[in-house]
Design a binder for this molecule. Structure first.
Ligand SMILES: Cc1cc2nc3c(=O)[nH]c(=O)nc-3n(C[C@H](O)[C@H](O)[C@H](O)COP(=O)(O)O)c2cc1C
Length: 304
């Protein structure tokens, strides 16, 4: 029997649990030459703000052991161009389209959610409260449970689309944040965004990225991400998109076991842009070998 890879999460029925993570595939154009997006569960677009942003000065990325640090600073085309020019391309593909929003005030988050609520092609909205690379917002929201609660409440009122809040790992009690999201009407959480990190050139004593600190991603953060997903899964009844360092189908299975209903693949896209598709083959075999009719039965199976 062919195993059923489909999953239900946050009111979405996805063909399979694999999405591509925000910021690592832009608006889908380049990656679509390497992977058949029709085969994936979905794509999360780059964070968009109300107005276009140039982002931080270069250098904006540097490689680290088992990962990378980025401080892109939310460079993006702004919501108007996103809706007019980027969505028509992304909607050619038969997979879920998740828009991701970022802002420096609650009012901006609200306005973004209201604007995107009217865009039929968007299946869900992910709220980025956790970007470590902008001085005027993002992480300051992401590290304050009241602010995350307020952003969730106000964006919830502004849209009837599935609402996902992407949490920061840079807090000691991520489950408390997930609880606030649930209490304020969020449909799911994404865990995790990048960890704050830095790297210096020992010959010049200068930071390797102009912003000095940035977000650490890649395999280096996988154990942290797994622990955060597990912490949320153990104490809050809210669906979880697991993300952080996924490089293989085995990593997808591990995230599901600790509580993720679906996953997002980020940094791995830079190494192997076809990873989403190849991971699906491994997951199918995994189900057959474990005698599972449905992959979704693996979610939170540590509880059994
Ligand atoms: C270059 C780069 C840009 C990113 N931009 C965004 C972004 O715009 N919005 C967002 O919510 N997350 C962004 N992220 C975070 C990823 O979506 C993901 O949460 C994080 O990288 C951990 O997953 P990974 O280890 O698989 O990359 C970015 C990550 C990278 C590496």
């Amino acid at each position: 029997m062919t195993p059923d890879l489909s999953v239900h999460i946050a009111g979405l029925k996805l063909r399979n649990p694999i999405l591509l993570a925000s910021g690592t595939v832009g608006y889908g154009f380049e990656i679509s030459e390497h992977v058949d997006l029709n085969k994936l569960g979905g794509v999360v677009a780059k964070s968009i703000s109300l107005k276009p942003r140039k982002g931080n000065p270069p250098p904006r990325v540097t490689e680290t052991p088992s990962g990378m640090i980025n401080a892109i600073g939310l460079a993006n085309v702004g919501v108007d161009e996103f809706v007019e020019k980027k969505i028509p391309f992304l909607k050619k593909f038969d997979c879920a389209l998740v828009a991701n929003i970022a802002a420096s005030t609650i009012e901006e988050y609200e306005e973004l959610a209201r604007t995107l609520d009217g865009v039929e092609e968007i299946d869900a909205i992910e709220v980025n409260v956790s970007c470590p690379n902008v001085k005027d917002g993002g992480l300051s929201f992401g590290n304050d449970a009241d602010a995350v609660g307020n952003v969730t409440r106000r964006t919830r009122k502004a849209t009837s689309k599935p609402l996902i809040v992407k949490l920061s790992p840079n807090v000691p009690n991520v489950a408390a944040f997930a609880k606030r999201v649930k209490d304020e009407g969020g449909d799911a959480v994404t865990a995790i965004n990048t960890l704050v990190g830095t790297a210096f050139n020992i010959h010049t004593s200068k930071p390797k990225i102009a912003n000095v600190v940035g977000g650490l991603s890649g395999p280096a953060i996988k154990p942290v991400a797994l622990a955060k997903v597990l912490e949320i899964s153990r104490s809050v009844d809210i669906p979880i998109f697991g993300v952080g360092g996924i490089m293989s189908w085995e990593d997808v299975a591990e995230f599901m076991i600790v509580g993720a209903s679906a996953v997002q693949i980020g940094t791995a896209n830079f190494v192997n842009p076809n990873i989403g598709e190849t991971a699906l083959e491994g997951l199918r075999d995994y189900c057959v070998n474990r005698g599972l009719e449905r992959l979704s039965d693996v979610t939170a199976s540590y509880k059994i």
